[in-house]
Design a protein around this ligand. Structure first.
Ligand SMILES: Cc1cc2nc3c(=O)[nH]c(=O)nc-3n(C[C@H](O)[C@H](O)[C@H](O)COP(=O)(O)OP(=O)(O)OC[C@H]3O[C@@H](n4cnc5c(N)ncnc54)[C@H](O)[C@@H]3O)c2cc1C
Length: 336
């Protein structure tokens, strides 16, 4: 595809479609993005995200490729979005469950073990309650609503055209990039949804500068500080595509774990409860699937914010040079 820049239609304006639009518009393509919902993000999984950029912590349950791609993505976020906070992340466990910390450290790379004093220096409230912690410097986080709005504006400023309320396959572009998330299951039958429930609270008395994961044999949880007193408490991982209301059991588990992390969450106001369905392939790895004049970018599972920038870069390189990344590009979605 070297030579004149092909015009591009993107289907879906979630985090994946927005990063594709921004990268390709900035690379000089004429880009139009078609979104099914009438209003931005009304029907997307993306607003439910944390949105932690945690390539090292995620390696506890994800393959090494997620870490490798994710570390590249953090730089792309930082160069693009001023709201990217690179303050590292922390992992703690109740005093009786310290073996969980040892296991987490073994399953991941790049952690520093902190004692209570060192933890207190980073997060004064946590140092009072937890005897030790794992610290992953270089990890990042952001507030998803603001980041999504920012990317939409940045893509427009770069020349991308947005059409909302448009669900048909577009005509006329040289190349279509399909970023429809779970809705692309009509073409990609191995795609499935993995329900994630989360609660957003406003807790004026909780002071955390960075995401914290609380390990627990039954209810692992994380809290992400979004700024202005808002925290996202998440998230369940349920093999279900339901995006209906949060169950009482999940709400109890999430809120109890938040209270265990910091009793000051007991005074928090609940701002939002909700669930999204993460688009995932059977091995929970992302895929770029080129077909004639059509490219699917999908299966970002728990890593949509983490991986969207680097997948946009990979697609832009593929369009410009034909180069592919052997672990991400596949001809057939059932293939790795
Ligand atoms: C509770 C929870 C917590 C999470 N936390 C994190 C986190 O901390 N870090 C992280 O990196 N990731 C996280 N994720 C994962 C992340 O949210 C997803 O991987 C990501 O949102 C997937 O983005 P997407 O753009 O593929 O899909 P979506 O956001 O669903 O976007 C797809 C878009 O396509 C549109 N569409 C559908 N059909 C059509 C059509 N026919 N024509 C045009 N448009 C169409 C939809 O309306 C939608 O807007 C979390 C997810 C959940 C649920």
């Amino acid at each position: 595809m070297a030579g004149a820049k092909p015009s591009i239609a993107i289907r879906g304006a979630g985090i994946v479609g927005l990063w594709q639009a921004l990268a390709l518009a900035r690379a000089g393509h004429a880009v139009t993005i078609y979104e099914r919902s009438a209003a931005p993000f009304a029907d997307a999984c993306s607003p439910y995200a944390g949105a932690m950029l945690a390539p090292r912590c995620e390696e506890e349950s994800a393959e090494a490729i997620i870490r490798e791609l994710g570390l590249r993505s953090i730089g792309l976020w930082r160069d693009t979005y001023p709201g990217t906070k690179v303050k590292g992340s922390l992992v703690v466990a109740p005093p009786r469950d310290q073996t969980l910390l040892d296991r987490f450290a073994r399953m991941t790379r790049g952690s520093e073990r902190l004692d209570a004093e060192a933890l207190k220096a980073l997060e004064p409230d946590l140092g009072e309650r937890f005897p030790s912690a794992l610290y992953y410097p270089g990890e990042a986080h952001l507030a998803p609503d603001d980041a999504l709005d920012f990317l939409l504006r940045a893509a427009k400023d770069a020349g991308a055209r947005f059409i909302f309320g448009a669900s048909e396959r577009p005509d006329g572009a040289d190349l279509i990039i399909d970023c429809r998330g779970l809705a692309a299951r009509d073409d990609l039958p191995t795609l499935r949804g993995v329900r994630g429930e989360r609660i957003v609270v406003r807790a004026r008395d909780v002071v955390l500068a960075r995401p914290v994961r609380l390990l627990h044999p039954r209810f692992p949880l994380y809290a992400v500080p979004w700024g202005n007193g808002l925290f996202m408490i998440g998230a369940t991982v349920v093999e279900s595509e339901e995006t209906g209301p949060v169950s009482v059991r999940s709400a109890l588990e999430l809120l109890s774990a938040a209270y265990a992390l910091d009793p000051a969450f007991g005074e928090a106001e609940i701002v939002k409860l909700g669930a999204g369905a993460r688009p995932a392939f059977p091995d929970n790895r992302p895929r770029i699937i080129p077909r004639k004049g059509y490219i699917y970018v999908n299966g970002l599972y728990r890593h949509g914010f983490l991986l969207a920038p680097v997948l946009a870069e990979l697609v832009a390189t593929f369009i410009a040079t034909g180069d592919t990344h052997s672990e991400v590009f596949v001809a057939d979605p059932a293939q790795r």
